[in-house]
Design a protein around this ligand. Structure first.
Ligand code: HEM
Ligand SMILES: [Ca+2]
Length: 659
């Protein structure tokens, strides 16, 4: 709705942002985005006060309140792990089994266990923890020799550092990367501990003694030229057995919490409350006024260089991510507009809920129909019975299945870090680069590409993403993330491989063999690649691992997953396939609202379901951009392009009701 956009557009944001920068020393570097949670730098209560003083309109202040609600309070100095006072008593919720829509937080999806899969739930384990002390401290020593585990950065440099020439996949498009990251953020967000003032812990400096610090030491002569990389432990609670469990700050369900928000305040901030619409600004995402990292030269322009707002704060991590969030926001709004024409008697709430329900249906169809069969292979879909029915209903809902995200799932799904390229580029209608390709590290948390060409660049970004090739799906990470992750104005950099390895240890996840075992795969007793050894790894990989680890038991799970040989028809190998299949079986069988269900209260009618099943990711991209043509399988680059006019749209007449 243009009215709402305008009220947020004419704000003196430049003034208050620059004033606050002076007054509170808002930092513009990216270091405070470190960790999965990507915390905002500025304490929200300070922002709120400044906004009140500046008569900032409500639409902007709400967003701030949303982040205020998320902030953790801890004692002065080092933060403390939150100890559950009533950890053994499940929260009592009164659920209405007749309510037809999902709640924002996921509560009451499961009527027997209303808190399963919710925002704030504890991530689940499929094998016992491997904490050093059995309940809380990170895994630090070998389970076979007792010696120290190899330092993550040493593993990273030896096993995961890409060579000078970028390796790309022959036939896979870069959408493999972007759909994966967007999907991962739907089911997991693990925040890290910060200082009380929401600033990141400086774990290599003044906070090094804080119990929630677990810094990564770097070897001598490391290309990063520093001795230490900061790392703060993930936010966690002790369960009733006093075992430290990491919290999930996304809803586990594949419910587009990335688009709609995962808490009530977040969801409210994103809505326009007119015509069922989500807020937007010039057909792009609306403004996140609490995020100061996007201002150019200290000036914050409400249409040109603002940080975009979406349901997940990681929206701004890199420009393709912001672009994919944008097409889902547009998809919602165009469905809501279409519904309002079919059903002029529907109010805002009905339009919002039905548009949301349809878009989530489209998303689940993409995930289970297109993305997963290619990630883990069609056979694994069938053997786990998570494949979609080609036509009509399929009901696998089981109220005894807990959909809550698996802790190891959050690590396994980082396999996609291997698909990240070293560059980023645009591709215009004529398949030319309107601006030269650039190193990706120049675009972490930066918005110029997103806002370029009056927003038209979003099409160019997505055109490039569906035409460019994915980085090789192997054990190597490109320097953009292995050397230059989140490079900021001060030259500070991180290594994603080290963070992943250290994160697994922080979470008390055991090594490779524990997961091979639970997956029914042979366990490796030695580093050879013959029987009884690392049968799913190449000899050169196995040899590297042998130099680093005392025994195969110890191999860190993320390292193992991206080091296994891939199946021919999949993007991962055996252990990755098994963990990802288990994860998505929970998200399917444990989701009362899964889109294929025949349930008369929460389901679709057969014609509605049929209409939804026709929509692919290519169809969605066509419907929400000005692109003219795209290949049918957006993840492949070896297909003919098909005109966008030939892709179906959801037939909204099927939702017509009588006043
Ligand atoms: C430019 C691309 C990407 C960047 C810069 C990036 C960066 C990061 C960072 C910094 C973390 C947190 C590391 C830590 O401290 O533990 C993370 C976590 C994660 N990433 Fe990525 N990532 C990218 C792409 C992807 C892709 C393609 C996928 C999947 C296919 C993915 C899946 C995940 C998952 C599941 C997590 C765990 C999230 C959580 O528990 O909060 N990421 N990523
Ligand atoms: Ca979710």
């Amino acid at each position: 709705s243009p009215g709402i956009e305008r009220s947020c557009e004419n704000e003196p944001q430049a003034a208050y942002m620059s004033m606050m920068r002076g007054r509170y020393g808002i930092r513009t570097n990216q270091m405070h985005m470190v960790g999965s949670g990507h915390f905002r730098a500025t304490p929200c209560h300070n922002m709120m006060q400044m906004m009140r003083e500046n008569n900032t309109p409500r639409c902007l202040m709400n967003s701030c309140r949303r982040f205020a609600g998320r902030q953790f309070t801890a004692a002065v100095g080092c933060p403390r792990t939150e100890v559950l006072t009533n950890g053994c008593i499940p929260r009592k919720e009164i659920c209405d089994p007749k309510y037809p829509f999902r709640t924002t937080t996921g509560v009451c999806n499961n009527l027997l266990h209303p808190d399963w899969g919710t925002y704030g739930a504890m991530q689940r384990r499929i094998v016992p923890n491997a904490y050093h002390d059995g309940h809380s401290t990170p895994r630090v020593s070998s389970s076979c020799s007792g010696s120290k585990l190899p330092p993550p950065r040493v593993i990273s440099n030896k096993v995961h550092a890409a060579g000078p020439v970028a390796r790309t996949e022959m036939n896979l498009s870069y959408m493999v990367m972007q759909a994966g990251q967007f999907l991962g953020h739907d089911f997991i967000r693990t925040k890290t501990f910060t200082r009380d003032d929401q600033e990141p812990l400086q774990c290599c400096e003044q906070d090094s003694k804080c119990p929630e610090c677990f810094p990564i030491s770097l070897p001598m002569f490391d290309p990063m030229k520093k001795p230490c990389m900061s790392f703060s432990r993930s936010n966690a609670k002790f369960d009733c057995s006093k075992i430290r469990q990491q919290i999930n700050f996304a809803t586990s369900y594949l419910d587009l919490s990335t688009v709609y928000g995962e808490s009530e305040e977040a969801a409210r901030d994103l809505r326009a409350f007119v015509g069922g619409q989500l807020k937007s600004l010039h057909n792009k995402l609306s403004v996140d006024p609490t995020d100061s990292t996007c201002a150019l030269n200290g000036r914050f322009h409400p249409t040109k260089n603002y940080c975009p707002l979406s349901g997940d704060p990681r929206v701004n991590e890199q420009p393709i991510m912001s672009s994919i969030h944008t097409i889902f926001m547009r998809g919602h709004n165009s469905i809501a507009t279409g519904l309002s024409k079919v059903n002029p008697h529907w109010g805002d709430e009905m339009l919002y809920q039905i548009a949301k329900k349809i878009l989530i249906g489209v998303w689940q169809n993409i995930v289970y129909g297109e993305y997963l069969p290619q990630t883990i292979g069609h056979a694994a879909m069938v053997s786990n019975n998570i494949q979609l029915a080609p036509k009509g209903y399929k009901d696998t809902y089981n109220p005894f299945v807990d959909a809550t995200t698996l802790n190891v799932g959050g690590l396994a799904f980082r396999w996609g870090h291997s698909s990240v390229r070293r560059d980023i580029a645009l591709l215009d209608k004529h398949y030319k680069n309107p601006v030269p390709p650039e190193p990706l590290y120049n675009h972490f948390f930066k918005v110029p590409l997103y806002h370029a060409f009056n927003g038209q660049a979003i099409d160019d970004i997505l055109r490039w993403t569906s035409n460019a090739k994915s980085s090789g799906l192997d054990r190597y990470l490109e320097p953009s993330v292995q050397q230059m992750l989140y490079k900021d104005d001060t030259g500070e950099v991180l290594d994603l491989a080290s963070l992943n390895i250290q994160r697994g240890r922080d979470h008390g996840l055991p090594g490779y063999n524990a997961y091979r075992h639970v997956c029914g795969l042979s366990v490796a007793k030695h580093f050879g690649t013959g029987p009884g050894g690392l049968v799913d790894m190449d000899p050169d990989t196995a040899m590297l691992l042998q130099k680093l680890y005392s025994c195969p038991d110890d191999i860190d799970i993320w390292t193992a997953i991206i080091s296994e040989r891939r199946y021919d028809d999949a993007w991962v190998g055996p252990v990755g396939q098994c963990i990802i299949a288990k994860l998505f079986k929970r998200f399917r069988d444990g989701d009362r609202f899964f889109f294929e269900r025949p349930d008369p209260i929460v389901g679709f009618t057969p014609p509605q379901l049929h209409a939804i099943k026709k929509i692919t990711l290519s169809a969605l991209v066509c419907a929400t951009t000005d692109m003219l043509e795209i290949q049918e399988n957006i993840f492949r680059t070896d297909q003919m392009k098909k005109p966008c006019a030939l892709y179906p749209k959801v037939d909204l007449d099927l939702w017509k009701t009588h006043a």
